[in-house]
Design a protein around this ligand. Structure first.
Ligand SMILES: N[C@@H](CCC(=O)N[C@@H](CS)C(=O)NCC(=O)O)C(=O)O
Length: 218
Protein backbone atom coordinates (compact mmCIF):
# COMPACT_ATOMS: atom_id res chain seq x y z
CA UNK A 1 0.00 0.00 0.00
CA UNK A 2 1.33 3.51 -0.78
CA UNK A 3 2.26 5.87 2.06
CA UNK A 4 -0.60 7.99 3.41
CA UNK A 5 0.52 11.60 3.76
CA UNK A 6 -1.29 14.19 5.86
CA UNK A 7 0.03 17.55 4.69
CA UNK A 8 -0.19 20.62 6.91
CA UNK A 9 0.96 22.19 10.17
CA UNK A 10 0.38 20.11 13.31
CA UNK A 11 -1.01 23.12 15.23
CA UNK A 12 -4.00 23.42 12.89
CA UNK A 13 -7.07 22.00 14.61
CA UNK A 14 -8.25 20.62 11.26
CA UNK A 15 -4.93 18.87 10.63
CA UNK A 16 -5.09 17.49 14.16
CA UNK A 17 -8.58 16.07 13.50
CA UNK A 18 -7.29 14.03 10.55
CA UNK A 19 -4.36 12.75 12.61
CA UNK A 20 -6.63 11.62 15.46
CA UNK A 21 -8.74 9.86 12.83
CA UNK A 22 -5.65 8.02 11.55
CA UNK A 23 -4.64 7.05 15.08
CA UNK A 24 -8.15 5.78 15.94
CA UNK A 25 -8.18 3.64 12.78
CA UNK A 26 -4.64 2.44 13.29
CA UNK A 27 -3.83 3.85 9.82
CA UNK A 28 -0.09 4.50 9.38
CA UNK A 29 0.66 7.94 7.95
CA UNK A 30 3.40 10.52 7.59
CA UNK A 31 2.81 14.13 8.60
CA UNK A 32 4.35 16.32 5.90
CA UNK A 33 4.90 19.77 7.35
CA UNK A 34 3.46 22.53 5.15
CA UNK A 35 1.81 25.91 5.66
CA UNK A 36 -1.45 27.08 4.09
CA UNK A 37 -0.96 28.49 0.58
CA UNK A 38 2.41 26.73 0.16
CA UNK A 39 2.95 25.09 -3.25
CA UNK A 40 2.34 21.53 -1.98
CA UNK A 41 -0.98 22.64 -0.41
CA UNK A 42 -2.07 24.85 -3.32
CA UNK A 43 -1.52 21.86 -5.60
CA UNK A 44 -4.38 20.03 -3.84
CA UNK A 45 -6.68 22.54 -2.06
CA UNK A 46 -8.40 25.02 -4.38
CA UNK A 47 -8.18 27.72 -1.67
CA UNK A 48 -4.82 26.72 -0.16
CA UNK A 49 -6.09 25.48 3.22
CA UNK A 50 -4.69 22.72 5.40
CA UNK A 51 -4.96 19.79 5.76
CA UNK A 52 -4.56 18.14 2.41
CA UNK A 53 -3.88 14.46 1.86
CA UNK A 54 -2.00 12.29 -0.60
CA UNK A 55 -2.30 8.48 -0.83
CA UNK A 56 -0.72 7.12 -3.98
CA UNK A 57 -2.74 8.63 -6.85
CA UNK A 58 -5.46 9.92 -4.54
CA UNK A 59 -5.31 13.53 -3.39
CA UNK A 60 -7.93 15.20 -1.22
CA UNK A 61 -8.57 18.50 0.50
CA UNK A 62 -11.01 19.35 3.35
CA UNK A 63 -10.77 17.57 6.69
CA UNK A 64 -14.25 16.03 6.41
CA UNK A 65 -13.42 14.42 3.06
CA UNK A 66 -10.03 13.25 4.32
CA UNK A 67 -11.62 11.68 7.41
CA UNK A 68 -14.25 9.96 5.23
CA UNK A 69 -11.43 8.48 3.17
CA UNK A 70 -9.45 7.36 6.21
CA UNK A 71 -12.57 5.81 7.73
CA UNK A 72 -13.49 3.87 4.60
CA UNK A 73 -10.08 3.00 3.12
CA UNK A 74 -8.59 1.47 6.26
CA UNK A 75 -9.57 -1.35 8.57
CA UNK A 76 -10.21 -0.56 12.20
CA UNK A 77 -13.26 0.63 14.12
CA UNK A 78 -15.71 2.88 12.23
CA UNK A 79 -15.26 6.56 13.02
CA UNK A 80 -18.92 7.30 12.33
CA UNK A 81 -21.95 5.09 12.93
CA UNK A 82 -23.07 3.37 9.72
CA UNK A 83 -26.73 3.35 10.91
CA UNK A 84 -28.67 6.22 9.28
CA UNK A 85 -29.89 8.33 12.20
CA UNK A 86 -26.75 8.09 14.32
CA UNK A 87 -24.58 8.61 11.24
CA UNK A 88 -26.61 11.70 10.35
CA UNK A 89 -26.33 12.99 13.92
CA UNK A 90 -22.56 12.61 13.65
CA UNK A 91 -22.57 14.69 10.43
CA UNK A 92 -24.81 17.23 12.13
CA UNK A 93 -22.34 17.73 14.98
CA UNK A 94 -19.30 17.83 12.68
CA UNK A 95 -21.07 20.56 10.73
CA UNK A 96 -22.09 22.47 13.87
CA UNK A 97 -18.52 22.37 15.20
CA UNK A 98 -17.04 23.44 11.86
CA UNK A 99 -19.55 26.18 11.00
CA UNK A 100 -20.35 27.64 14.43
CA UNK A 101 -17.85 26.57 17.12
CA UNK A 102 -14.65 26.87 15.06
CA UNK A 103 -15.43 30.33 13.60
CA UNK A 104 -16.02 31.81 17.05
CA UNK A 105 -13.63 29.88 19.32
CA UNK A 106 -10.73 29.38 16.88
CA UNK A 107 -10.91 31.96 14.07
CA UNK A 108 -12.06 34.81 16.35
CA UNK A 109 -11.07 34.15 19.99
CA UNK A 110 -7.90 32.04 19.73
CA UNK A 111 -6.59 34.07 16.83
CA UNK A 112 -6.96 37.23 18.93
CA UNK A 113 -4.41 35.69 21.33
CA UNK A 114 -2.02 33.87 19.04
CA UNK A 115 -2.14 36.06 15.90
CA UNK A 116 -3.55 39.32 17.34
CA UNK A 117 -2.50 41.66 14.56
CA UNK A 118 -2.07 44.47 17.14
CA UNK A 119 0.74 47.02 16.82
CA UNK A 120 2.37 45.87 20.11
CA UNK A 121 1.67 42.16 19.60
CA UNK A 122 -0.56 42.02 22.69
CA UNK A 123 -3.88 40.09 22.62
CA UNK A 124 -6.61 41.89 20.70
CA UNK A 125 -8.93 42.79 23.61
CA UNK A 126 -11.66 44.26 21.42
CA UNK A 127 -12.03 40.99 19.52
CA UNK A 128 -11.80 38.89 22.72
CA UNK A 129 -14.36 40.98 24.60
CA UNK A 130 -16.77 40.80 21.68
CA UNK A 131 -16.40 37.01 21.52
CA UNK A 132 -16.91 36.24 25.22
CA UNK A 133 -20.74 36.57 25.50
CA UNK A 134 -21.21 34.47 22.35
CA UNK A 135 -18.76 31.90 23.71
CA UNK A 136 -20.79 31.55 26.92
CA UNK A 137 -23.82 30.58 24.86
CA UNK A 138 -21.79 27.99 22.91
CA UNK A 139 -20.32 26.44 26.06
CA UNK A 140 -23.87 26.02 27.42
CA UNK A 141 -24.93 24.25 24.21
CA UNK A 142 -21.94 21.89 24.30
CA UNK A 143 -22.35 21.21 28.02
CA UNK A 144 -25.94 20.07 27.43
CA UNK A 145 -24.97 18.06 24.34
CA UNK A 146 -22.48 15.81 26.14
CA UNK A 147 -24.35 15.74 29.47
CA UNK A 148 -26.34 12.57 28.82
CA UNK A 149 -23.82 10.07 27.48
CA UNK A 150 -20.42 11.74 27.68
CA UNK A 151 -20.31 11.84 23.85
CA UNK A 152 -21.75 14.16 21.22
CA UNK A 153 -23.53 11.25 19.52
CA UNK A 154 -24.83 8.07 21.13
CA UNK A 155 -22.68 6.03 23.47
CA UNK A 156 -19.43 5.94 21.49
CA UNK A 157 -16.47 8.10 20.45
CA UNK A 158 -17.08 9.38 16.90
CA UNK A 159 -15.75 11.85 14.36
CA UNK A 160 -18.01 14.43 15.99
CA UNK A 161 -15.95 14.16 19.20
CA UNK A 162 -12.74 14.08 17.14
CA UNK A 163 -13.67 17.43 15.57
CA UNK A 164 -14.42 19.06 18.91
CA UNK A 165 -11.47 17.85 21.01
CA UNK A 166 -8.66 19.91 19.40
CA UNK A 167 -10.76 23.05 19.89
CA UNK A 168 -11.36 22.20 23.55
CA UNK A 169 -7.62 21.58 23.99
CA UNK A 170 -6.90 25.11 22.81
CA UNK A 171 -9.66 26.84 24.75
CA UNK A 172 -8.37 25.09 27.89
CA UNK A 173 -5.15 27.11 27.48
CA UNK A 174 -6.63 30.63 27.46
CA UNK A 175 -8.05 32.48 30.48
CA UNK A 176 -11.70 33.32 29.66
CA UNK A 177 -12.42 30.07 27.86
CA UNK A 178 -10.61 27.96 30.47
CA UNK A 179 -12.91 29.40 33.16
CA UNK A 180 -15.96 28.67 30.99
CA UNK A 181 -14.78 25.11 30.40
CA UNK A 182 -14.22 24.50 34.11
CA UNK A 183 -17.71 25.87 34.90
CA UNK A 184 -19.36 23.61 32.34
CA UNK A 185 -19.31 20.48 34.49
CA UNK A 186 -20.35 17.91 31.89
CA UNK A 187 -18.22 19.40 29.12
CA UNK A 188 -15.18 19.59 31.38
CA UNK A 189 -15.60 15.93 32.44
CA UNK A 190 -16.00 15.01 28.75
CA UNK A 191 -12.87 16.95 27.81
CA UNK A 192 -10.71 15.56 30.64
CA UNK A 193 -11.75 12.01 29.79
CA UNK A 194 -11.25 12.16 26.03
CA UNK A 195 -8.10 14.31 25.96
CA UNK A 196 -6.44 11.38 27.73
CA UNK A 197 -7.21 9.00 24.82
CA UNK A 198 -4.05 7.58 23.23
CA UNK A 199 -5.08 8.91 19.79
CA UNK A 200 -5.31 12.46 21.14
CA UNK A 201 -2.22 12.33 23.33
CA UNK A 202 0.07 10.91 20.67
CA UNK A 203 -0.98 13.57 18.13
CA UNK A 204 -0.98 16.63 20.43
CA UNK A 205 0.92 19.40 18.61
CA UNK A 206 3.87 21.28 20.06
CA UNK A 207 3.32 25.00 20.79
CA UNK A 208 3.85 27.42 17.93
CA UNK A 209 7.55 28.01 17.12
CA UNK A 210 9.03 30.51 19.58
CA UNK A 211 6.63 29.52 22.40
CA UNK A 212 7.50 27.01 25.15
CA UNK A 213 3.92 26.37 26.28
CA UNK A 214 0.35 26.64 25.01
CA UNK A 215 -0.86 28.23 28.25
CA UNK A 216 -1.60 31.96 28.38
CA UNK A 217 -2.46 33.22 31.87
CA UNK A 218 -5.13 35.90 32.47
N1 LIG B 1 -12.95 23.54 5.78
C1 LIG B 1 -11.53 23.29 5.93
C2 LIG B 1 -10.96 24.32 6.88
C3 LIG B 1 -9.45 24.22 6.97
C4 LIG B 1 -8.84 25.48 7.57
O1 LIG B 1 -9.52 26.49 7.79
N2 LIG B 1 -7.53 25.40 7.82
C5 LIG B 1 -6.83 26.56 8.30
C6 LIG B 1 -5.78 26.17 9.35
S1 LIG B 1 -6.58 25.57 10.83
C7 LIG B 1 -6.14 27.23 7.14
O2 LIG B 1 -5.61 26.57 6.26
N3 LIG B 1 -6.14 28.57 7.13
C8 LIG B 1 -5.48 29.36 6.14
C9 LIG B 1 -6.45 30.27 5.41
O3 LIG B 1 -7.63 30.29 5.76
O4 LIG B 1 -6.02 30.96 4.52
C10 LIG B 1 -11.29 21.86 6.44
O5 LIG B 1 -12.20 21.30 7.08
O6 LIG B 1 -10.23 21.28 6.16
Amino acid sequence: MPELQIIGAPQSNYVWVTRIACAEKGAPYTLVSALPHSPEVDAIHPFGKIPVMRHGDITLSESRAICFYIDHAFAGPPLAPREASEGARTEQWISLVNTHIDPLLVRQYLTAYFFPGTSDGRPNRAVIDAAVPKMEAQFAVLDRAVGKTGHLVGEGFTLADINLLPILFYVDKLPESRAMLRDATSLNAYYQRHVARASVKETTPPPFPGRSTWEIEG
